[in-house]
Design a protein around this ligand. Structure first.
Ligand code: IMP
Ligand code: MG
Length: 184
């Protein structure tokens, strides 16, 4: 039996399967292959962005064979809604110095771009040896500020998505597949 449903009814909400766990797994493996190749001989420091990237980062790092360290930061922009306020704050900063490190930021999704833009500028000020961005889901049609993405999993249309770490007001992060949220 398949572990996922193509359509879930959740009261007024419908969740339509957009990207299956198998497709995600395949793509994460491809990204890991690229990162293993690009960072050969290096010792990168991965910075995951809480909370949405926790599943992606966990899956990704287990496919990386290079020596690495990792930690999480938390930023706030969304609150409980679906639109970015454009005002981003660093709520949980880096514990370790990243000076001279090859830093790879791991994000779940880039939408308006405000969060990634803010975070990359914040980290760049701390003099890393290199600074790159790895994003699993990209919604380029929603961009308000340009963001340079070094590793991109999937380009997705302008729909609100949940699952594989992504939430709506805190819910659905645990769904293993990616769903588009549709209102009835
Ligand atoms: P941005 O600042 O507008 O690019 O938004 C980035 C953050 O908003 C992401 O890290 C997510 O936490 C959240 N976000 C953006 N789009 C979605 C979505 O479709 N589903 C769930 N969270 C999203
Ligand atoms: Mg996020």
């Amino acid at each position: 039996m398949r572990g996922h449903l193509s359509l879930r009814e959740e009261g007024e909400m419908r969740l339509r399967l957009l990207i299956s766990r198998e497709e995600i797994e395949r793509r994460v493996r491809e990204l890991a292959d690229l990162i293993n190749r690009d960072y050969r001989g290096k010792n990168p420091h991965l910075v995951g962005v809480l909370t949405g990237s926790f599943i992606f980062l966990a899956d990704l790092v287990r496919l990386l064979t290079i020596p690495l360290t990792l930690e999480f930061v938390r930023v706030a922009s969304y609150g409980a809604g679906r639109e970015s306020s454009g005002e981003v704050k660093l709520l949980l900063g880096l514990a370790d110095s990243i000076e001279g490190r090859d830093v790879l930021v791991v994000e779940d999704i880039v939408d308006s771009g405000y969060t990634a833009d803010f975070l990359m500028k914040e980290l760049a000020r701390r003099n890393p040896a290199s600074l790159k961005l790895c994003v699993l889901f990209d919604k380029p049609s929603r961009r308000k500020v340009p963001v340079r993405i070094d590793y991109r999993g999937f380009e997705i249309p302008d729909v609100f998505v949940v699952g594989y770490g992504l939430d709506l007001a805190g819910r659905y992060r645990n769904l293993p597949d990616l769903y588009a949220l549709e209102e009835e």
